[in-house]
Design a protein around this ligand. Structure first.
Ligand code: G3H
Ligand code: 13P
Ligand code: ZN
Length: 336
């Protein structure tokens, strides 16, 4: 039986993207796979009165079950209200959808937004697949994100060795032929905790830390010139906070040379037509750092709440910092 997202108290991305572009901020798109991530995301975004996009990847669906995740998102709307956010704006979004059938099944089960990622396909096939998803999703007012250009990086379900920047000369044709509501682009970000090879970076002489090369803001500018006011999405935007990497390494982990996107660059992007910024790895790092610390300091502990609780607290702190200090999405609900 099909259900529409509006009956679940969810919203699509259309209005929040317009406000984000006009206001010079970006909506956080946080991936979730489990209860603790969801609690932390909703607590941070509701208390800070930020719109939020809950992202479900193929990996998350395999891990947690797509039906369960959908009901958790419905529960999240009620939880947001219970903790004092009267008019939450929560989007349930399919991250990196790879087929029409998957996107359709998410639309039918109450997702309010889907991504169809045809970026690895030949251009014409990407256009045709994306158009098919848009035609279906728009019948139910579900918004659609498409992608042009390929991000480097390896994760469970998303992988490519090389990065191909989005070609600005293709964006008008792609958006007009497909009818997408937003466009994910490639300007040098990548998925995971190893966004750049050490040889691509310089070294900060004071801290010895790797300093990554800047994002290709010239490509972003050229895209914005072709598509004035069109919603742009940045994937692979974790900053890989070195404090979490250090905790993980201190307590028995092994994450050498993990490096992310510097926050100043994400602040700059948020002020432009980039209105959705995807963050997953930073949540994984915060969770792992907190759990490793408890395991090392309290080896006798065996109640999962005693290590998942601190993990949840650290993720909430991280989500709050993203919202207030990086994306500027706090106090941006239509009805505060
Ligand atoms: O873009 C990819 C997301 O970080 C999700 O990754 O497929 O491992 O859940 P995942
Ligand atoms: P990160 O790996 O940088 O968190 O990117 C997540 C992402 O793009 C999800 O689609
Ligand atoms: Zn992504």
């Amino acid at each position: 039986m099909s259900v529409n997202f509006k009956d679940l108290g969810l919203v699509n991305t259309r209005e929040m993207f317009k406000r984000a572009i006009n206001g010079g901020w970006a909506v956080p798109a946080f991936n979730f796979n489990n209860l603790e991530q969801l609690q932390a995301i909703i607590k941070a975004s509701s208390e800070l009165k930020s719109p939020v996009i809950l992202q479900v990847s193929k990996g998350a669906r395999n891990y947690a079950n797509q039906t369960l995740l959908r009901y958790m998102a419905e529960g999240a709307v009620q939880y947001a209200k219970e903790i004092g956010c009267e008019h939450p704006e929560i989007v349930l979004h399919l991250d990196h959808g790879d087929s029409f059938e998957l996107c359709k099944s998410c639309v039918d089960m109450g997702f309010s937004s889907v991504m169809i990622d045809g970026s690895a396909l030949p251009y014409d096939e990407n256009v045709a697949l994306t158009r098919k998803v848009v035609d279906y999703a728009h019948q139910y007012d579900v918004t659609v994100e498409g992608e042009l250009g390929v991000l480097a990086g390896v994760e469970d379900e998303v992988s490519s060795d090389v990065c191909h920047y989005t070609k600005p000369e293709e964006v008008i044709d792609f958006t007009s032929k497909t009818g997408v509501d937003s466009l994910a682009i490639s300007i040098g970000t990548s998925h995971g905790a190893y966004k750049f090879k050490p040889e691509q970076c310089t070294k900060d002489p004071q801290t010895g830390r790797l300093v990554p090369p800047p994002l290709a803001f010239d490509v972003l500018d050229a895209i914005m010139e072709k598509l004035p006011g069109f919603p742009i999405v940045l994937h692979g935007s974790s900053s890989v906070p070195q404090e979490y990497v250090d905790i993980i390494n201190q307590y028995g982990g092994k994450l050498p040379d993990a490096v992310g996107i510097p926050e100043e660059q994400l602040r700059k992007a948020s002020k432009s037509a980039v209105c959705k910024i995807n963050i997953d790895s930073d949540s994984r790092l915060a969770f792992t750092a907190a759990v490793r610390k408890v395991f090392a300091e309290k080896p006798a502990e065996f109640d999962p709440r005693k290590y998942c609780g601190p993990a949840r607290d650290l993720m909430e702190k991280m989500y709050r910092e993203k919202i207030t200090d990086v994306l500027g999405s706090d106090n941006k609900l239509a009805q505060l």
